[in-house]
Design a protein around this ligand. Structure first.
Ligand SMILES: Cc1ncc(COP(=O)(O)O)c(C=O)c1O
Length: 388
């Protein structure tokens, strides 16, 4: 990718004559092949898949809400999400006038986010008749991994209740426990879950595993020809995804399995080390903090419910850190920006929001800065509690 980026004058570059043309709305064949090559290298069968290139996975989210979730402004066929959930799906749903419903996971004392029993999930499905279920197997915001068995159970529900299964696989490859395996919606076979074929969609992106979030390249992959066709038709209003980005990401169509694997292993080791370092550091400094099990993606959740006084609100703490909280680290006055989790839960008015004592850490800073987090978080929290 870097080679292409630094050589936009190369004869095959879309920029070579100083003109960047539109591509077809579905994206260039090469960029489509880049996403397919990645899946192939990971060992998945791609023979029946259709790929549409979008401006980041985010543009894909909007497309699937429009395509799967009933008419705008109606409550029909909502998107079913699993709380705490990546908030941008709710934001896009609001933008395009589609409804969302949620089932809720609770953060246990040991740091796992547990799904409700299948019966409870079925009750929600029967009550709301969702058009699609959204899963983020390598999860944002919880840092949890949905193992293969869970994905299969959820796939069975999608077939039983005639829902689409949408899997946002932005962080596929980033899992950290030795006994886990690489999971994907594309690893579930029709033999295993009869009827799953033809109702699957994955959101893919250049952003996370490929270090290219500013490139704005993503994909909507499906095993349903009609969805692919209608989704491209809808996207013709956008004309096409950014063509220089497609060209740069298209480089991955030509990488070998060894190269793809080597890259993924390096990245995985990098994040694993960071996440374990912060997890262990927090637990050492304040054993009563609940920290989510460091299993997948690039996020950790801290719950302070066992160490704070009643009436704590995570938003107040974040504002305190931004406005006046500070800790001296290596002689420098330092503070911390974490995400309060209130917004990741769809709590009704007056209902307790578990996010009010929870925070999400994103592993997006330098190694040196990430290493400061345990001391910073614990000291800022103590400072905040002392003045309240
Ligand atoms: C689960 C998940 N999906 C999609 C995205 C957005 O990806 P993109 O940059 O491709 O729009 C993010 C970004 O944080 C994410 O966490």
């Amino acid at each position: 990718m870097q080679e292409r980026m630094f050589n936009l004058n190369a004869p095959e570059s879309p920029f070579v004559n100083g003109v960047v043309r539109y591509s077809s709305t579905a994206g260039t064949k090469e960029c489509q092949n880049a996403f397919i090559n990645i899946l192939n290298c990971e060992g998945f069968d791609t023979s029946k898949l259709y790929v549409q290139i979008t401006d980041g996975g985010s543009a894909g989210m909007e497309l699937l809400l429009v395509g799967l979730c009933g008419p705008a402004g109606s409550d029909e066929k909502p998107l079913m999400m699993i709380d705490p959930a990546y908030t941008n799906y709710s934001s896009f749903a609001e933008r395009v006038g589609r409804k969302t419903v949620t089932i809720k996971r609770k953060l246990s004392e040991s740091g796992s986010f547990d799904l409700p029993e299948i019966g409870k999930i079925e009750d929600t499905i029967k009550e709301h008749n969702p058009g699609a279920l959204l899963v983020i197997p390598y999860d944002n915001p919880t840092g949890q991994l949905y193992d293969r068995e869970t994905l299969v159970e959820l796939a069975q529900l999608c077939v039983k209740y005639d829902m689409w299964m949408v899997s946002d696989e932005a962080y596929r490859e980033l899992y950290y426990k030795e006994d886990n395996e690489l999971v994907s919606i594309w690893g579930i076979t029709d033999r295993e879950v009869p009827g799953i074929e033809g109702r699957r969609i994955s959101i893919e992106t250049a952003s996370k595993v490929w270090n290219a979030c500013g490139l704005r390249i993503g994909a909507v992959i499906t095993d349903n020809a009609k969805f692919n066709n209608r989704s491209i038709a809808e996207y013709t209003a956008n004309l096409c995804a950014n063509v220089i980005g497609q060209y740069i990401f298209g480089a991955l169509a030509h990488e070998s399995k060894e190269q793809i694997t080597k890259w993924c292993v390096t990245l995985k080791e990098y994040y694993k080390e960071q996440i374990l370092m912060v997890y262990n550091g927090l637990k050492e400094l304040e054993p009563n903090l609940i920290v989510s099990s460091p299993d997948a993606s690039i996020y950790s959740v801290i719950d302070v419910r066992n160490v704070v006084k009643p009436g704590f609100d995570s938003i107040d703490f974040v504002l305190y850190c931004a406005q006046k909280g500070s800790v001296l680290i290596d002689g420098i006055t330092t503070t911390l920006l974490v995400a309060p989790m209130n917004g990741f839960y769809n709590a009704n008015e007056g209902e307790f929001n578990p996010g009010s004592t929870q925070f999400r850490i994103s592993f997006v800073e330098t190694i040196e800065n990430m290493a400061k987090i345990p001391k910073l978080f614990v000291e800022l929290l103590r400072e905040f509690e002392a003045q309240r």
